[in-house]
Design a protein around this ligand. Structure first.
Ligand code: MG
Length: 388
């Protein structure tokens, strides 16, 4: 096994957990974080949460769980080449979407609007809240008590206002870098980019599978078309109509590999330029894990294509509207009758009728799977808007 580079996060030099714990006899702290995440309730819920397509729309579409596994696979494979910490990359990847609401971005937007007077709702902050507070597994503390480095990676974006609030509760903690305008460690930077590589690729696959976008349409995306043409020139048989799925997979496979090698080469060059002697130097340097400029631009073109043709497709927008109504109705119903929620949330909501109640309702809704939310909505309103 390759030894870790000096700029890799080293569990032996971790900034530690919020509650001190004795080290595990056979696992590093980052392996232990990964294991705690895999055993969490929020992680199991990811299997029934929407990525783009609602969970009931088909068995083969990505869910937040399979998406997170793909991010972890891409992240680990790049991490190995960069000699940074694979276990930490895996832990962050598996936890990065734990705070997502049911129904994907539609659910998050609706919940954010419901929380407008109470600080809003933001899924990165919620992922941190899940691992710091909402998981109830240990007798001594709330949350999973993960290391600083995993928590830092989970909080990939944060507004200044939220960063100031975090800083007040935990001085010099995970909010500090947003105030100091510093970067996180390389493992966290990598998970961000692996997330983007994963969803661009799998949304092409799911988009074509759903019939909402076609291979012909994708020819207007240079990044994809380059690999489609290359795949056809090595395997002319893939031009047969019966071979369209294989052609799609082969083009996506080539695109993924090229993006992975692009990130490895570009990042290695950036690391050589800056020559960080440790993680603190990485934090002070500009972002080091990145695409080359041409790959960044072509990836943007692909993103814009998916946004316009898939995420904003009338059929997706129709379920988006229904999903938002479900979230709004649930928010209203639980705010009026907190006793309808699970006991722990009802108890929190009983503390006041303002921000604490709203936050308890938001936490309860955010934790729901798509189908639980649809069923709860039907129970509370008598309306069946989405198949649960
Ligand atoms: Mg993601």
């Amino acid at each position: 096994m390759l030894s870790l580079a000096p700029y890799a996060s080293d569990p032996a030099r971790s900034r530690g957990r919020r509650y001190a714990e004795a080290p595990a006899p056979t696992r590093t702290d980052y392996q232990r974080d990964r294991d705690r995440i895999v055993h969490s309730t929020a992680f199991r819920r990811l299997v029934y949460k929407t990525q783009v397509f609602l969970n009931h729309e088909g068995d083969l579409f990505r869910t937040r769980l399979t998406h997170s596994l793909e991010v972890a696979q891409l992240g680990r494979s790049i991490a190995r080449s960069l000699r940074i910490n694979e276990d930490l990359v895996e832990a962050i990847s598996l936890a990065h979407d734990l705070g997502h609401t049911p129904f994907g971005h539609a659910g998050q937007d609706a919940l954010h609007a419901c929380m407008a007077d109470h600080g809003g709702f933001e899924h990165n902050l919620q992922s941190l809240r899940v691992v710091d507070k909402l998981e109830e597994r240990y007798p001594q503390y709330d949350g999973l008590n993960l290391t600083f480095e995993t928590r830092e990676g989970v909080l990939k974006h944060c507004s200044r206002t939220h960063a100031e609030q975090l800083e007040a509760l935990e001085p010099g903690g995970v909010g500090a870098r947003f105030l100091r305008r510093e970067q996180p460690g390389l493992e966290a930077q990598l998970c961000n980019l692996a997330d983007e590589i994963a969803y661009n690729a799998h949304d092409i696959d799911d988009g074509v599978r759903s019939g909402l976008i076609t291979l012909a349409q994708l020819q207007e995306v240079p990044l994809f078309d380059r690999y489609r043409v290359a795949a056809l020139s090595s395997h002319p048989d893939l031009a047969q109509p019966s071979q369209q799925r294989r052609l799609l997979y082969e083009a996506i496979r080539r695109m993924l590999s090229d993006q992975v090698y692009d990130v490895i080469d570009t990042t290695q060059a950036a690391i050589r330029r800056v020559a960080p002697d440790g993680v603190d130097a990485v934090r002070r340097a500009p972002a080091l894990v990145m695409f080359s400029e041409p790959m960044r631009e072509s990836s943007q073109v692909l993103k814009r294509f998916l946004f316009k043709n898939l995420y904003r497709h009338p059929q997706v927008m129709e379920t988006t509207g229904l999903a938002q109504q479900v979230v709004r109705d649930l928010f209203e119903a639980y705010t009026a009758s907190p006793g309808e929620m699970k006991a722990a949330f009802a108890e929190q909501a009983g503390l006041d009728e303002g921000p604490l109640r709203a936050r308890a309702v938001a936490d309860f809704i955010a934790g729901m799977t798509d189908r639980f939310a649809a069923r709860e909505h039907e129970r509370l309103t008598g309306l069946r808007l989405l198949a649960g």
